[in-house]
Write a protein that binds this ligand. Structure first.
Ligand SMILES: [Fe+2]
Ligand SMILES: [Fe+2]
Length: 303
């Protein structure tokens, strides 16, 4: 173990940052549709040079809506997973039980926040934007995997949020302040989740042989492939939303470029940034250098 994460310190940090949904969305907190929602490093609309500036802005906002909806989706599997993990050792460590219950409670709050956001986005944007789902089916498919494989997926997702916020969002002055505030508040609580995920991974890996760990890593990669297939479908949904929102009829070669650029952007956003996050790589290395090698052998396809 080469970190200092503990259930007690994450619980203290969580209490200090805890926010209420009604304080960050609704009322005076309005989305500004004249501004981009997503940083360009994740939205990747600029390479689509055949689009006008206004069309790029629309696509950026569609990607922003999809981004928060996809978090809402994945958090629907994280919530029951964390609750099951908590229940297994309720009596042994009070700080553990409280920190994990706080984690679950925050994910339930994030799910509700993202649903609320989707409603507001819909009203302001004016065009219905489809997002992959339904959440129950996606959650069921992911939860059918081995617990350590699921814990690695959760670890990946929560460190990915850290990377997005710190590297691309925090210092981007062009983004809509309200959308940015939602990302910031989400990130503030995800900081603790990423640490708790590390502790969950360590606890689930305890006593496992190298072969068992490598088998869990395969399950993590299977979940990644499942998410990747969902992202391919999402690019089609985003193309359809874009066409309906702008009335822009792309030629076949423009559609080809749209799919190519956006699929790459989605893969980087949801898969590459997590798989290659130094903290994820470090945790894999601690489990087994072979686990790290295995993930590093496939991650370039998502970068
Ligand atoms: Fe969350
Ligand atoms: Fe989280």
């Amino acid at each position: 173990m080469n970190h200092s994460y503990s259930y007690q310190s994450t619980l203290t940090a969580a209490a200090a940052v805890n926010w209420r949904i009604e304080d960050i969305i609704g009322g005076k907190h309005k989305l500004d549709f004249a501004k981009p929602f997503m940083p360009e490093s994740l939205a990747c609309v600029e390479p689509l040079t055949f689009l006008t500036a206004d069309e790029k802005l629309v696509l950026n906002q569609i990607r922003g809506n999809t981004y928060l909806c996809i978090f809402g989706l994945v958090e629907e599997f994280i919530l029951p997973f964390v609750m099951d993990h908590t229940r297994a050792h309720l009596q042994n460590d009070d700080y553990r039980a409280r920190a994990l219950l706080q984690f679950a409670s925050e994910e339930a709050k994030h799910i509700q926040l993202f649903k609320r956001f989707r409603q507001e986005f819909q009203e302001g944007f004016g065009t219905e934007c489809a997002v992959i789902g339904p959440p129950e089916a996606i959650s069921k498919a992911i939860l059918a995997h081995d617990p350590l494989g699921i814990a690695l997926t959760t670890l990946h997702i929560e460190w990915m949020v850290q990377r997005h916020y710190l590297d691309s969002i925090k210092n981007d002055g062009d983004l809509d302040p309200q959308f940015k505030s939602l990302l910031k508040h989400h990130w503030l609580e995800e900081v603790q989740h990423a640490k708790l995920d590390t502790l969950m991974v360590e606890s689930l890996a305890e006593g496992k042989s190298e072969a068992e760990i490598l088998s869990s890593v395969e399950e993590y990669l299977e979940i990644g492939a499942f998410i990747d297939a969902g992202l391919t479908q999402q690019v089609e949904f985003d193309l359809d939303s874009f066409t309906r929102a702008t009335g822009c009829q792309l030629t076949e070669s423009e559609k080809y470029d749209f799919r190519r650029v956006q699929q790459r952007a989605n893969r980087w956003t949801y898969l590459g940034t997590g798989m290659t996050h130094p903290k994820v790589v470090e945790t894999l290395e601690r489990l087994s250098p072979k686990a790290r090698d295995r993930v590093e052998s496939v991650s370039p396809a998502f970068c």
